[in-house]
Design a protein around this ligand. Structure first.
Ligand SMILES: [Zn+2]
Length: 455
């Protein structure tokens, strides 16, 4: 006999049954509900039931036995189209990396390349469970097109340098206005100056005013490492974070990458604006560049400043794998604080969900399995040898799971990958064109560059 209560109710768009749902995360522990049912309707979670009674009433039902259902992962800072430059500049210091490899190669990017490179990045992110990314690059109408077609969620910012003249800032503002809340809110935007060392105080001030007017954040690099902070103190008498405070960027709201050079005094400034600023952290690239101190995550969190995970661009990080960013953050933060009892698995997962959502100004909307939140969810298979036995499920997610264990990726209730099959991207056609252009883009014989890195 069917449950009589279901006969009068319209079916849900999608139901996931028999999953172990990650329902709560905190600094000390994570809470899981085995055997849960999750229903999605109109792109939102409409039922999260840890003790379901009978089968759900839904148009499509996924049996997720042996899998963890958790919020889709959030990459809070990347340059997606730099997939083209993955592995093209290795074993060099930061200034050499920019001046002799990256900025000369970026001269070769045509508009369509940003579409292709971003779509490859999106395919990789869907495969490793990322459902939202914050992107910071050029020709961003092309990136937006890739986001539209693929079904992923993104916060997009059109990057600019002051060396471009007034056009850079104007384009960044008009892009943020044009695409704000596009695709039924799946696309949000930021104003995206490159960094305080490449953008003038006047342009930062104008970017902050524009962001405030549009109701979006400023997404930029700042205090990336201690060398930048020391150079700013030497040349301007202020730290990069002080520059952001004085130009109104912190007041407007800011997504700050990467903050390894944040000083103790800066944290008080950031704390004054903690409801609208966040710091994004992607340690793999910092370790490759042999940066000295790492982002002071303990002090930032103690001051109430949200911290999120990122991969930065694949030219420095080589992957767009947020599981890896979470893992490397956890182990390096234990090491830098000399405290193996800190950065517990619950905190690692909390930063992956609510923490990263807060950095993007999307608290409660993404990064949580909660009624009414946007239905961005992944199913992770924890039955593999490398996860067994499951003495500690949170530890399996933080320290054992591999990107290939992500079986299914859902954004706004839409299946983007199911049973490892990409459903919105044609893999073979995309890779053919991408590999062909990658050979041309890495040509540096023209001797030109888009910008100089001087510190
Ligand atoms: Zn970056």
């Amino acid at each position: 006999m069917p449950d009589p209560t279901t006969r009068t109710r319209l079916p849900a768009d999608l139901a996931i049954v028999n999953c172990t749902a990650l329902l709560g995360v905190g600094a000390e522990r994570a809470t899981f509900a085995p055997g849960a049912t999750i229903e999605i309707n109109g792109g939102r979670f409409t039922r999260i039931d840890p003790h379901p009674d009978g089968l759900p009433h839904a148009k499509q039902v996924i049996d997720a036995r042996g899998m963890v259902a958790m919020p889709g992962l959030i990459n809070t800072h990347t340059h997606a189209a730099m997939t083209f430059l993955r592995g093209a500049a290795e074993d060099v210091a930061l200034a050499h990396w920019f001046n002799d490899y990256i900025w000369p190669m970026e001269v070769n990017f045509a508009e369509r390349d940003v579409y292709l490179g971003t779509l490859v990045a999106i395919a990789e992110m869907i495969e490793c469970g990322v459902t939202t990314f914050a992107d910071h690059y050029f020709h961003m109408d092309q990136a937006a097109q890739a986001v539209l077609e693929s079904g992923i969620r993104a916060n997009l910012g059109a990057a600019f340098f002051s060396s471009q003249g007034p056009d850079g800032l104007t384009q960044s503002l008009s892009f943020a206005e044009r695409w704000k809340n596009a695709a039924d809110g799946r696309i949000t935007t930021s104003v995206a100056p490159h960094a305080p060392y490449t953008v003038s105080d006047a342009d930062l001030t104008a970017a902050a005013e524009g962001a405030r007017r549009l109701g979006v954040r400023v997404h930029l690099h700042a205090a990336e490492d201690i060398v930048q902070t020391n150079a700013s103190l030497r040349d301007r008498g202020r730290t990069p974070i002080q520059v952001l405070a004085e130009t109104g960027v912190l007041d407007a709201g800011a997504i700050i990458a990467h903050g390894n050079g944040i000083l103790a005094d800066d944290i008080a400034l950031l704390s004054q604006h903690r409801g609208r600023v966040g710091v994004t952290h992607g340690p793999k690239g910092y370790l490759k560049f042999a940066f000295g101190p790492l982002t002071p995550i303990a002090a930032l969190r103690a001051a109430g400043v949200p911290v999120g995970y990122c991969t930065d661009g694949p030219a420095s990080n080589n992957t767009l794998d947020i599981l890896e960013a979470m893992r490397v953050t956890a182990i390096t933060q234990k090491q830098v604080t000399d405290d193996p009892t800190w950065f517990r698995t619950g905190m690692a997962l909390e930063i992956a969900g609510p923490g990263s959502a807060a950095v993007l100004g999307m608290s409660g909307e993404i990064g949580v399995l909660r009624l009414g939140a946007r239905a961005d969810l992944i199913l992770v298979d924890v039955s593999g040898f490398h996860c067994q036995p499951l003495h500690n499920l949170a530890a399996a997610l933080v320290y054992s799971v591999q990107p290939g264990d992500v079986r299914t990726t859902i954004v706004e209730g839409q299946l983007l990958m199911h049973d490892r099959q990409l459903l919105t991207i044609n893999r073979d056609a995309l890779l053919d064109e991408f590999r062909h252009r990658a050979r041309e883009i890495t040509d540096r014989t023209h001797g030109r560059t888009i910008q100089d890195y001087t510190q």
